[in-house]
Write a protein that binds this ligand. Structure first.
Ligand code: SAH
Length: 400
C-alpha cells in the first residue's frame, strides 16, 4: 500500500519561516519559549503566563502583557511573533458564520471558519451544553491538498506545504479574536484545507496545545479530525492519541466510484480504510462518523445508499450526509431534494444512524478551499464555466 508523501513544513528547525519572518512563532514548540526564558534567567512559570496572555487572554502583542517586566516584553517582541499570519479577507454570513482568509508569513493563504450553533454531529460529542450554544472553529492543516477529491476546491492546485503547529494553532487565535470577551470556541473540527493525517505530527502538537487549560481549554472529545482515511497514519493516530472524534470521508461505497471521486483511494481501497477506521474505534471506544458528500446524479441513487448500508455492515457508526456545496467552475451538481430524501430513507430504513449536515455560510464560500480560490480568481481572468450546462459526470481524472 502506498500513501501520499508527507511534506515537511516550510519552517526551518527553529520554527522560523524562510526570509519572511526571522522571529520564532510563540505557538510553535520549536520556538521553545521555556528554554529561551531559562537561558535569560527567568522562572519557568513565566512561560505559562505568557502563553495564557497570548491564548486565553487574547493579547495581540507582548506589549499588552502588562504584568510582565517591560524589558522582558521588549525582548520577547524581538525574538517571537504571536501572530505570524494576517487577515486578508474577513467574511460574515447572515447565519453568523464567519470566514477568514489568512495570509501566512510566506504569502501562502489558508482558510478558517467560525460556525455558531448547529447540530453538526461530526463536531464531537453532545456533552451537556445546548447545541445552540456551540461555537465551532473549522481549521486547515495544509496549504492546498494532495488528495485530489474531484469535487473539492482545496485540492485543485495540489498541495503547497504543511502548516506548522504554530500556524494550525494560530487559526484559533484569529477566530477567537472575532468573539466577544464572554464567548469562547467550544469545538474544533479539522475540516478546512488539507488532509490532516498527511500532517499528523504537527497537527498532534497543535491539538495538544488546544486542550491546554491556560489556552483554549478544549477537551479532545470536542475535537474532530476529518480524514480521507490514510490507514498507516490512522494507525499512528490510534496508537498516539485515540481521544479525538474521527470522521472518515467515504463519498462512495464501492472502490470504482470512490477512486473516481477520491483518487487517493486507488492505492488504498475501501477495505483498508474501513479496517483502519475499525482499529481507531477499538482504540478510542468512540463512535465513528462517516462523511458522504451527495453529488447529484453521481452517488445519490437508491442503489448507492444500499451499497453504503452493505459497506457499513451494522457498524454502530454515524453517517453524516453532506449535500454538495457547488464550487464555481466544477461540473458537479447539488442533489435534488427528492434524491436526497430517497438516499436518506434507504439508510434510515436499514437502521443506519444518519444526519444531514446543515448548510452554513453558503454565501461566503464556506466549503473547503472556496474562499482562497475565489480570492485568487478575483485577480485573474475568469476560468469559471457555466455549471448548469456542464456535463453531470466528468471523465475519471484527478484535478491536479
Ligand atoms: N481532507 C479531509 C478534510 C476535508 S474537509 C477529508 O477528506 O475528510 C471535510 C469534508 O468536506 C470532507 O468530507 C470533504 O470531502 C467535504 N467537502 C469538500 N468540498 C466540499 C463541497 N464543495 N461540498 C460539500 N462537501 C465538501
Amino acid at each position: 500500500m502506498t500513501e501520499p508523501t508527507i511534506l515537511p513544513p516550510a519552517a526551518s528547525p527553529t520554527g522560523s519561516l524562510p526570509e519572511a519572518e526571522a522571529r520564532a512563532h510563540l505557538l510553535d514548540p520549536d520556538g521553545d519559549l521555556t528554554g529561551w526564558l531559562a537561558v535569560r534567567g527567568h522562572p519557568a512559570w513565566r512561560s505559562r503566563a505568557i502563553l495564557r496572555w497570548a491564548l486565553a487572554r487574547r493579547a495581540a502583542s507582548f506589549e499588552a502583557m502588562t504584568d510582565q517586566p517591560a524589558a522582558l516584553r521588549r525582548d520577547l517582541a524581538a525574538a517571537f511573533t504571536i501572530r505570524s499570519a494576517t487577515v486578508a479577507v474577513h467574511d460574515r454570513a447572515e447565519d453568523g458564520t464567519e470566514k477568514l482568509l489568512l495570509a501566512l508569513a510566506d504569502g501562502q493563504r489558508i482558510e478558517c471558519v467560525l460556525l455558531r450553533g448547529g447540530g453538526d454531529p461530526a463536531a464531537g460529542d453532545d456533552d451537556g451544553e445546548s447545541r445552540a450554544e456551540r461555537i465551532t472553529a473549522c481549521i486547515s492543516s495544509q496549504v492546498g491538498c494532495a488528495m485530489g477529491c474531484v469535487f473539492c476546491a482545496s485540492g485543485i492546485d495540489g498541495v503547497v506545504r504543511n502548516l506548522t503547529a504554530g500556524e494550525i494553532l494560530e487559526q484559533l487565535v484569529h477566530l477567537t479574536a472575532l468573539l466577544p470577551a464572554d464567548e469562547r470556541i467550544s469545538h474544533v473540527v479539522v475540516m478546512g484545507m488539507g488532509e490532516p493525517l498527511a500532517n499528523l505530527d504537527r497537527l498532534l502538537v497543535a491539538l495538544e496545545r488546544t486542550q491546554d487549560r491556560d489556552g483554549f481549554g478544549i477537551s479532545p472529545r470536542r475535537i474532530t479530525i476529518s480524514t480521507v482515511g490514510l490507514p498507516a497514519a490512522l494507525d499512528r493516530l490510534s496508537a498516539a492519541r485515540p481521544g479525538y472524534h474521527l470522521a472518515v470521508s467515504l463519498h462512495a461505497a464501492d472502490d470504482a466510484l470512490r477512486t473516481r471521486l477520491v483518487p487517493v483511494n486507488r492505492s488504498i481501497g475501501l477495505d483498508a480504510v474501513m479496517a483502519a477506521a475499525d482499529r481507531y474505534w477499538e482504540a478510542s471506544g468512540r463512535r465513528l462518523t462517516f462523511e458522504y458528500v451527495l453529488l447529484g446524479g453521481v452517488n445519490d441513487a437508491a442503489e448507492d445508499a444500499r451499497a453504503l448500508v452493505r459497506l457499513l455492515g451494522g457498524r454502530a457508526a454515524l453517517v453524516n450526509v453532506i449535500p454538495y456545496n457547488a464550487v464555481a467552475g466544477m461540473p458537479w451538481q447539488e442533489p435534488s431534494a427528492a434524491s436526497r430524501e430517497r438516499f436518506l430513507t434507504v439508510l434510515r430504513e436499514a437502521g443506519v444512524n444518519v444526519q444531514v449536515r446543515r448548510r452554513k455560510g453558503h454565501r461566503i464560500n464556506a466549503a473547503c478551499g472556496q474562499l482562497r480560490r475565489a480570492a485568487a480568481q478575483a485577480n485573474q481572468p475568469s476560468t469559471v464555466t457555466n455549471t448548469s450546462t456542464a456535463p453531470r459526470m466528468p471523465p475519471s481524472q484527478t484535478i491536479q
